[in-house]
Each structure stands twice: as C-alpha cells, then as structure tokens.
Design a protein around this ligand. Structure first.
Ligand code: GLU
Length: 463
C-alpha cells in the first residue's frame, strides 16, 4: 500500500510552491489507493504557530486535498530521543562544540584554500576531558551524524538515477545545543515509523535525501521511494519567493481563484503534458504521472490562473454551484436560469452578485452623447419588465425599423442602456431575467407608455 505525507512546517501560510508538494503527494497516494498523512514538522517551538496549523488545514480543505491522518512532530520527541540513543550507541552520532562563528571561520578558510567547505570532524578527536572542559566553559554540545564517506544512490521518481558523494557533504547536525531535534532526524524517524512508501518533495532536498538514506539504513530501515520536483520560479525565471513571495493560497482564494483552476495548473506545470482544465481531483489523478515531470525549474505565472478560473466556472453545471448561489443571495427559483445565463461571463464567482444586482435592481444606463436621441427613441418602444424569450428580438427589430440602425450600432447602445455595461451574456437570454430597467424610469413621464403603445406589441407580455 502506498503511504505518502505532506510535511509542512507550520511557520507560515501555504503558498503555491508547497501546495505543489502537497498535491503531488496527495495524487501519488490516491493513484496507489493508499493513504495521505498530513504531518506538521513543528519541532521548532519558537517559529511553529497554531495559527498556521489552522490556516494550512483550511487551505487544504478548501482545495479538497483531504488527509487520512494527522501527526505532529512535537508530540513524538521521545521517538526521536530513542533513535538518537541508538545512533549514539552505534557510534554514528557524535557531540561537537563549535560555535556558529567558529564554523563560519573554518568554512572561509577551506574556501580560501579552494577546498569544499565540509566540516572537518575536529570534534571526533575530543577526549572526555576536552568535552568536560568545554561544558565547564558553558558550551552546550550539538550532535552530528557520522556519514559514511561513500556514494549514495537512488532511483528518483522524477530525476531518474541520482548519485551523491557523501564525502562532499558535512556531517549533518541532528540535535542542536538546546536539545532541539532537527528535521533531518525527526523526518527519518517519522517516515520509518509511519510506513511512508513514497516521498515527493522539492529539489532543494536532494542532498538531505542522501544523508537521510544513510540515517535510515543506520537505523535498520529501508528508504522510501524518493522523487524531487523542480522548484517553481516566477514567469521570468526569478526566484518565486522574491517577486511572488506573497502568493499564499489564501490570497489566491481571496482573489477569486477556483481550486480546480489552481490544481489543474499545478498538476501539469513542468510536465511533458499540456495544461488541461480538470473537472475534479479524480479526473486529475487519472492522468497524473510523476515520470512526466522534468528537472528544469518550472515557471509559474499567476496570470494563468484567471482564464482557467473563468473557464472552470463556465463549465460548471448548476448543481455544482447551487449552494454557493444561494449563499450569494440568488433566489432559488431563478438561480438555475440565472446560472445558465451568467456562468460564461464571470472572472470570479463573486461576480454573480454584480450580475444579480443589475438584474434585480437595475443598472445606471450607459449612454454615449452621440447615442442619446437614438436610445431615447428606442426606449420609447420598450415596455417595463417582465420580458420573455422573444423580447430582445422583437424590440431590436422594431428599433431597427424605426431608426434604420443595424448591427453593432444598433445593439451595443441598447445593451449599454439596459445593463450599464458593454459586455455580458447574450441579451436575448439576459432580458427575461431583468426585473428592473432604470433607463426606462429616467425617461420623461409617460414617454414609454405613449410611444410604446403603438411602437410594439412586441417586447412585453411573454415573460
Ligand atoms: N518540513 C519540511 C519542509 O517543509 C519537509 C520536507 C520533506 O518533505 O521531507 O521542507
């Protein structure tokens, strides 16, 4: 059985970059018929916040990325202490006392000599007396994992065969001087004990993976399958965090982006397959394959989300939005017809409110100076609502006959006068939904009535 996990640190809101990780892991679990664990990597008590736990949950919920189990690393500290004891007993975990500035100095020296800045393992030479003396000086030891200086190799689900020389990596610190267990160890212990079979994460973790594979083996485990996806950049290839750093999932949500638009884009961006709009996560999971993705950084342009959202909304049947329409205050009896008419004219769902306001309360007419007489003449031929399916056709035919105008010069000023805007649904289907036309009320008293009487038996009545 496939078991995956999404392991965010609750130190900030979810953003597009880590959503991609969440989605891939979710999809791998779904395709493998397995389970998906939401694991909060919260061993850092200062930076981890309940507020972010809540917001990460809310974002995943909104996206429909449900999880089968939830775990908190902060509740598993005894497990990590246990693993650390075992590594110590094997001689794979050693105490070191260098301060950050001492380490920095060593790094600089090595770099100056043209050598890779790898930790020199000086701490391995410390005697018990040395350590006592350092502790007496007030230093608190941190603990490093003793790497085997050999190549670590794995078949990566995205990168293909990967080979990292562990001799080119510093022995990773697993426990800090203040006893805080670091991610490198906690993650390994969790992955082993939670039976994780597949880990998908960003390419920034490739070196971690090499060291973690060694730790897993030292602890007697079998490494999971690893896949490292490329990192997202902005549209120009710039680092995502800089220019688009504020692009959190909640901001996209507030901007009216629909979950399926976002998920559809992220499921295909950086893959060999074209971007496609999926109707559901099930449909999306069907065509998903990690092997389609490449190692090159993936450009993400938030501007792509708007058109996808509009297309998604236009494709939704009434049943899919009935609750949301009710919430937006659209009366239930009219909502199905209303949705049919407006769904192709939305840039975000909330636009339904504007359309409904226009239909129910009327809109300030938009009349160009040069169209003033024409519009007045036309309005004189229009009775007040309700309108029917033939109203627009009959009215415009009558106006055409009276004024001689045709085509766009005929239709556009009439649309603008009635709806207060120059775009929107087909007027023939829109008119029957209009309950009020402010342009008619602005006419001199009686004008509509008198002229309308002889002008048309056309528009009124059928509604
Ligand atoms: N908390 C880590 C991160 O957000 C998890 C990485 C992993 O998936 O192992 O980078």
């Amino acid at each position: 059985m496939t078991v995956t996990r999404f392991a965010p640190s609750p130190t900030g809101h979810l953003h597009v970059g880590n959503l991609r990780t969440a989605l891939f892991n979710w999809l791998v679990a779904r395709k493998g018929g397995g389970s998906f664990i939401l694991r909060f990597d919260d061993t850092d008590p200062e930076r981890s916040k309940q507020e972010y736990v809540d917001s990460i949950r809310a974002d995943l919920d909104w996206l429909g990325l449900g999880w089968d189990r939830e775990e908190f690393q902060s509740k598993r500290l005894d497990r990590y202490a246990d693993a650390a004891d075992r590594l110590r007993a094997m001689g794979r975990l050693y105490e070191a006392f260098e301060t950050p500035s001492e380490l920095e100095l060593k790094r600089k020296k090595l770099l100056n000599m043209g050598r890779p800045p790898i930790y020199d393992r000086a701490a391995l030479k410390l005697t018990d007396e040395d350590k006592e003396r350092l502790r007496a000086e007030g230093r608190r030891g941190h603990w490093r994992f003793l790497l085997d200086r050999e190549r670590v190799e794995w078949e990566d689900g995205i990168l293909g065969p990967v080979s990292i020389d562990a001799a080119s990596v510093s022995d990773p610190v697993l426990i800090r001087g203040d006893r805080q267990v670091l991610y490198t160890l906690a993650s390994v212990v969790d992955d082993m004990e939670m039976g994780i079979t597949d880990v998908v994460r960003g390419a920034d973790h490739v070196t971690n993976t090499a060291t973690q594979i060694q730790i897993i083996r030292a602890l007697g485990g079998e490494p999971p399958r690893f896949a490292h996806h490329s990192l997202l950049t902005g549209p120009e290839g710039e680092a995502l965090s800089k220019r688009l750093g504020s692009l959190s999932i909640r901001e996209l949500r507030e901007a009216g982006i629909e979950p399926m638009a976002l998920l559809s884009l992220l499921a295909r961006l950086g893959s060999a397959k074209p971007i496609e709009l999926f109707a559901s996560l099930d449909e999306l999971a069907e065509g998903f394959d990690l092997a389609d993705f490449g190692a090159a950084p993936t450009r993400f342009n938030p501007a792509d989300l708007g058109p996808l959202t509009a297309r998604h909304l236009a494709s939704l049947p009434y049943e899919a939005v009935a609750d949301r329409l009710a919430e937006a205050g659209i009366p239930e009896d009219i909502a199905p017809a209303f949705w049919q008419v407006v769904r192709e004219n939305l840039t975000r769902f909330d636009d339904v409110k504007d359309w409904w306001e226009m239909m129910s309360e009327g809109a300030e007419p938009l009349v160009a100076e040069e169209d003033r007489d024409f519009v007045a003449e036309a309005l004189a031929l229009l009775p007040p609502p309700p309108y029917g399916a033939e109203s627009w056709k009959k009215w415009t035919a009558a106006v055409k006959e009276r004024t001689g105008r045709k085509g766009r010069a005929l239709f556009m000023p009439l649309r603008k006068a009635l709806t207060g805007r120059d775009h929107g649904p087909d007027m023939a289907v829109l008119m029957p939904l209009m309950q009020r036309v402010k342009a008619l009320e602005a006419l001199p008293a009686g004008a509509a009535g008198t002229k309308g009487a002889d002008g048309q038996k056309t528009s009124g009545g059928e509604g």
